[in-house]
Design a protein around this ligand. Structure first.
Ligand code: ASP
Length: 308
């Protein structure tokens, strides 16, 4: 048996350290801890990595502080469009949804695509239908709305109109994700996001793109990314980590470090990721000020972090 482990992230677009109050800091730590608890219960009960990452991501989607599910950011037209993906490292089965609105937990819509269709990614009305048929709970705009994200959209639009670059990552983006290795040495990844504030309607980021923001393969690793999605897609961030392990014999830590600190950082790809291999080793590199993140190993050592 492998010692199981689990890592979660609540996005690399952290609030600037200078603006973080003690009360808010505690809320972020509590949100991460709640997600770790949800996944840990599954793994400790002998459940699969796949079920554990789904449970952890549901908890993060339910917490309005994070940009996924409830609390997702708004498009330039003031709507919410969510992306999510889940992947099983044992079979390489994967499911993803792009640009959806309605399911309280977009990750469960992605899981429904994986479990109930022959396809990997669905968008549009049929993505919602598959989720409905799977019994996924839906909610209306009031449930998903948060004043903070709405105000972030207004200031981003104002800055854009004035030709000012938005340099506050917390306002710009965020994402949630989880990776796990279960007692059988199977890994899985799940990622869910509202995307980037004031994105164009119809824009899909790296989150649901298998091999970019989400990936899992028992031979190498499971990865969930967060950051500037366009760069993660162009540098196939998650697949590149797996390729370095597979073809160059690199460790998880070296491969992930190279992708985050070089491929992404040197190409305007601010962000980070969490990754685990089939021995349960976890790494959580990021190239920006902070990344909401946490991990727990089989011994029940829970840890959560925001900055370095
Ligand atoms: N990667 C996400 C996206 O581009 C945003 C983020 O993680 O901050 O949609």
């Amino acid at each position: 048996m492998t010692n199981f482990s689990l890592a979660v992230h609540g996005g690399a677009g952290t609030i600037l350290k200078s603006k973080l109050t003690d009360a808010l800091e505690s809320k972020y730590h509590a949100g991460l801890r709640c997600a770790l608890d949800a996944g840990y219960v599954v793994l400790a009960g002998g459940g699969s990595a796949l079920d554990a990452v789904a449970a952890a991501v549901c908890a993060l989607e339910d917490e309005p502080l994070f940009n996924a599910g409830r609390g997702a950011v708004f498009t330039s037209e003031g709507k919410q469009e969510m992306d999510a993906a889940i992947m099983d490292g044992a079979t390489r089965a994967a499911g993803a949804v792009g640009g959806i609105f309605g399911p309280c937990n977009p990750i469960l819509a992605a899981r429904a695509v994986m479990d109930r269709t022959d396809h990997v990614m669905l968008i549009g009305p049929n993505a919602l239908q598959v989720a409905r048929d799977a019994g996924v709970a839906f909610a209306d705009t009031d449930y998903f709305f948060t004043q903070a994200r709405w105000e972030a959209l207004q200031s981003t639009l104002q800055m854009r109109a004035g030709g000012i670059e938005d340099d506050d990552p917390a306002r710009r983006h965020g994402t949630v994700g989880a990776v796990a290795c279960d007692g059988n040495g199977t890994v899985a990844a799940a990622t869910s996001t509202g995307g980037m504030t004031a994105k164009l309607p119809g824009r899909i980021g790296d989150t649901p793109v298998i091999g970019s923001g989400t990936f899992a393969d028992n031979e190498t690793c499971a990865v969930s990314g967060t950051g500037h999605g366009e760069v993660f897609i162009r540098y196939t961030a998650a697949a590149e980590i797996a390729a370095r392990m597979r073809h160059a014999g690199q460790t998880l830590e070296d491969a992930a470090h190279h992708v985050v600190m070089h491929d992404l950082a040197e190409n305007d790809g601010s962000g980070g990721l969490i990754a685990v291999d089939a021995k349960g080793t976890i790494t959580m590199p990021f190239n920006c000020e902070g990344m909401y993140r946490g991990m727990v190993t089989q011994d029940g050592d829970f840890q959560t972090f925001i900055y370095r």
